[in-house]
Design a protein around this ligand. Structure first.
Ligand SMILES: [Zn+2]
Length: 419
């Protein structure tokens, strides 16, 4: 059933019940209750989420010396959930020093967040989606971002610039020799989901976001053994990164390859195997691919992103650009990866599939999305959480990436990272 319709039915059923049991004249209690509080600390930003059974009304203001953010929640009673917030703070939180929730005046709960550094807060609400009810999201971005990507870019900028390379074609006959590249190859690894968005959840309760991060870290370690390879992760922790930001990070790092790592789910528990996807310019190769792309693209709704018109503009621009050459390279990469994955797991589909995944839309970076296995399948879920299988999966992807660069050497010269 359409979720809006279901909610409407549930809401009207509730209203009828209230009318039936309440004495005539008593107003229905419409004030929201906070039903869960969560914190997601990360270097890039810390997120505080308040989930409630009705939309929250709030006011916010920043105070300096010392830096703190105050959020007043209106028409809310202080309850045990709100009081539990202070206990969820860890000393390692890069952005929050201390936080407390208290009754400010009748009907207003005041949240005071003492900050470790100057922040740019974004406070916004999210409508119910997936398993979540109404959410108030407080994102605290450091004013001077300590983003690992920025640190990496600074590193990239510091060496003396290499002289402009003389144009060289890629002679097919000496492809073997050109394995020796004269610049660093940048591979961006993109562990799917994170933070508020768990991705698919296995029957034993394991989260896609966790296993894909573990596999990505193993793959990073393997790639970094290569003297000519650099790895940038779109996230290296349990926090939410919008899909558009993942693409922008890859472009800012001037990535030569983008590999998004996921674990599949299906309603039938016996669905199994690995698959690899590339972007499709027009339409998906199968209805299953289209369905999966829609599901993965929902990450922004579930994880919660403040819609930015610049993102919409960027998305449109990227889609308008001709991506044929990049998609061809993505298909080549996908094909060698499938070859390697076939050695360690059954292939769900023998060919690289194509669909409109938002995260694959960098027009100039060969990009693939790997569904490592089905976390919804009990046997594959057990494999996905095991050290041994994670290492074999990382190794298969590593071999695939090496084979791709062996057959398609990067053009010589320095690709200077930009922001
Ligand atoms: Zn996923």
């Amino acid at each position: 059933m359409n979720p809006d319709r279901r909610r409407l039915l549930r809401a009207s059923a509730g209203a009828l019940l209230v009318l039936a049991v309440r004495p005539v004249g008593a107003a229905a209690d419409a004030s929201p209750n906070v039903i869960a509080v969560r914190m997601w600390p990360a270097e890039a930003y810390t997120r505080v989420t308040l989930e409630s059974d009705a939309p929250l009304t709030f006011k916010q203001f920043l105070l300096r010396n010392p830096d703190r953010l105050v959020v007043d929640l209106e028409g809310v009673e202080l309850n045990s959930e709100l009081q539990s917030l202070a206990g969820k703070l860890t000393a390692a939180d890069p952005n929050i020093e201390k936080l407390r929730a208290g009754r400010f005046k009748p009907g207003v709960v005041r949240l005071v967040i003492d900050l470790k550094t100057e922040v740019k807060p974004q406070v916004f609400t999210l409508a119910p989606v997936s398993d979540y009810q109404h959410r108030l999201v407080i994102d605290l971005y450091p004013a001077a971002p300590a983003d690992p990507l920025l640190a990496f870019l600074d590193e990239q900028r510091s060496p003396a610039p290499t002289p402009e390379p003389t144009p060289v074609q890629r002679p097919a006959t000496v492809a073997r020799d050109s394995l020796k590249v004269d610049r660093l190859v940048t591979v961006v690894l993109d562990p799917g989901h994170g933070g508020e968005d768990p991705g698919a959840v296995g029957p034993a309760g394991n989260h896609e976001k966790t296993v894909v991060l573990q596999i990505a870290r193993r793959l990073k370690a393997l790639l970094e053994q290569e003297s000519n390879m650099r790895v940038v992760m779109t996230r290296d922790g349990d926090y939410f990164v919008p899909l558009g930001t993942r693409v922008r990070k890859a472009r800012a790092a001037k990535a030569d390859l983008f590999v998004s790592i996921h674990a599949d789910a299906f309603v039938r528990p016996d669905a199994n195997g690995s698959s690899v996807f590339a972007l499709s310019e027009r339409g998906a190769t199968s209805t299953a691919a289209k369905w999966l792309a829609q599901k993965e693209n929902e990450a922004d709704l579930i994880g919660g992103v403040k819609i930015d018109t610049r993102d919409l503009h960027l998305a449109r621009t990227l889609m308008d650009l001709t991506q044929t050459a990049t998609i061809n390279d993505s298909l080549k990469l996908g094909k060698v990866m499938l070859g390697e994955l076939g050695n360690i797991n059954r292939l769900h589909k023998a060919q690289v599939e194509q669909a409109g995944f938002a995260v694959l839309k960098a027009p100039d970076i060969p990009s693939v999305l790997v569904e490592t296995a089905f976390i919804s399948n009990p046997a594959e879920e057990r494999k996905l959480v095991s050290d041994d299988y994670q290492q074999r999966m990382a190794n298969a992807l590593y071999q695939g990436i090496k084979r791709y660069f062996a057959a398609n050497p990067v053009p010589p010269g320095t690709k200077v990272a930009q922001r």
